[in-house]
Write a protein that binds this ligand. Structure first.
Ligand SMILES: C[S@@+](CC[C@H](N)C(=O)[O-])C[C@H]1O[C@@H](n2cnc3c(N)ncnc32)[C@H](O)[C@@H]1O
Length: 399
């Protein structure tokens, strides 16, 4: 399909702008998407190459340096007065001339501002000064970027074949000269396990959850019709990590019927049980490659679980769930990216590139999801989306 003409993009921008003024869900993301389309329609090749291959790599590098020398924190602390190049150089241990050149590029890239003889923080740079984002930047720059930089050589070397699904000789291993799976490399290479944890908690920040109003109709689909005689469990979160989803779900549906259960690996659940914080859910160790111990719950949610695994392993995880399901009653809720073939979003394809680089696995299209579910004896009931949110909610049940 040809790119839309500039006039059509401007019209879409105006529509999204009106929606943004009314605070409509997804309008901010629509404005960004249309702005990117506008740049793509206007930029000539020399500008495209300049932006993509020098300006953005230099910006990422300067931001990684900013993390090392706490540049964003110094500007945040300076408040409205900002800091002159000389003052900022003194605080960061930089040569003034070099500091001013690197910081000026961050001004040109809208990360900082410069006025009245001083560099100033922006709302973005203030957020980037927070620990979660600082760690995310270090993880992405040191660990992820190397795999992407190595794509051309790696795929040439491997004759442009897809890497063996879930295998241990993918772009990540090649770039980091390791035989370790990604997660083991993180453990063996401090502080990247900690940085990755921050990255995971930061990357969905500010986005709607599947159980928020307007996304998956929780009351209609799982609370209505709850049958305490089938099981006293309303929701099981399989591979729910530290319990952030179940805690938020329990708080939002405080007057719901039934129990909520968090399941994950023994080591993860031990951490949850060791916490002194009051819990609104039960926590149970469960390896999802073994049969699901809770039968006939109303719903089983798997959030960002299957995308970590090959189709073969994904089917095994689902097959271990299937005997626990009550036909016509239990719902399987997969909170996952569904990659659109027609109109793929940057959020979906960049996560697909992350999965290709680090795990040699993939984000899936709707056809891929239907196939993997069918292999395990399940069928899709409906796919719910929320404007501007990368992950959909796929509701499935016994076929
Ligand atoms: C990508 S994280 C998703 C965590 C959480 N559902 C979320 O969306 O934030 C994958 C989770 O799967 C868990 N996991 C990995 N292997 C597992 C297994 N064999 N059995 C149970 N949980 C497992 C991990 O401990 C981790 O919490």
């Amino acid at each position: 399909m040809a790119s839309p003409p500039v006039a059509a993009i401007l019209e879409s921008l105006a529509t999204a702008g009106k929606a943004f003024d009314k605070n409509e869900a997804g309008s901010r993301e629509a404005l960004i998407e249309n702005s990117r389309a506008l740049v793509a329609a206007l930029e000539i090749p020399s500008e495209f190459i300049q932006r993509s291959f020098w300006a953005e790599p230099a910006m990422s590098a300067n931001i990684a340096i900013a993390v090392d020398v706490k540049l964003f924190q110094h500007l945040k602390e300076a408040g409205d007065a900002g800091l002159s190049g000389a003052a900022l150089a003194e605080k960061t241990g930089f040569d003034v001339d070099l500091l001013e050149r690197l910081a000026r590029h961050l001004v040109a890239m809208n990360i900082l501002t410069y006025h009245d003889g001083a560099f100033h923080a922006t709302a973005l740079s203030k957020s980037l000064a927070e620990e979660n984002y600082q760690h995310s930047i270090s993880f992405c720059y040191d660990a992820a970027r190397a795999s992407f930089n190595g794509f051309p050589e790696f795929f040439k070397k491997t004759a442009y074949k897809s890497p063996a699904s879930g295998g241990l000789d993918g772009p990540f291993q090649d770039a980091h000269k390791t035989k370790l799976p990604f997660f083991e490399w993180l453990v063996a290479t401090p502080p990247y396990l900690q940085y990755f944890g921050s990255f995971m908690s930061a990357y969905r920040a500010g986005k709607a959850n599947w159980y928020d109003a307007g996304f998956y109709p929780v009351a209609e689909r799982i609370i209505t019709g709850f049958d305490a005689e089938a099981s006293d469990v309303l929701l099981v979160d399989v591979g729910g990590g530290g319990g952030h989803d179940v805690a938020a779900f329990a708080a939002q549906y405080a007057s719901r019927p039934g129990k909520i259960v968090l399941q994950d690996r023994e080591s993860v659940i031990a951490g949850v049980l060791a916490s002194t914080e009051e819990r609104s859910y039960e926590a149970q160790p469960h390896d999802f490659f073994t049969p699901q111990p809770i039968h006939a719950a109303r719903a089983y949610s798997l959030h960002s679980i299957l995308h970590d695994w090959s189709d073969e392993k994904g089917v095994k995880i689902l097959e271990n769930l299937v005997p626990a399901l009550k036909k016509g009653y239990s719902r399987v809720l997969l909170n996952e990216i569904v990659v659109s073939e027609e109109k793929p979003t940057l959020a979906a394809t960049s996560m697909d590139m992350m999965m290709l680089a680090h795990f040699a696995v993939r984000e899936r299209t709707e056809a891929n999801w239907r196939a993997i579910l069918a292999k395990a004896g399940l069928k899709v009931v409906n796919i719910y989306t929320y404007p501007g949110v990368a992950e959909s909610l796929i509701e499935a049940e016994l076929a």
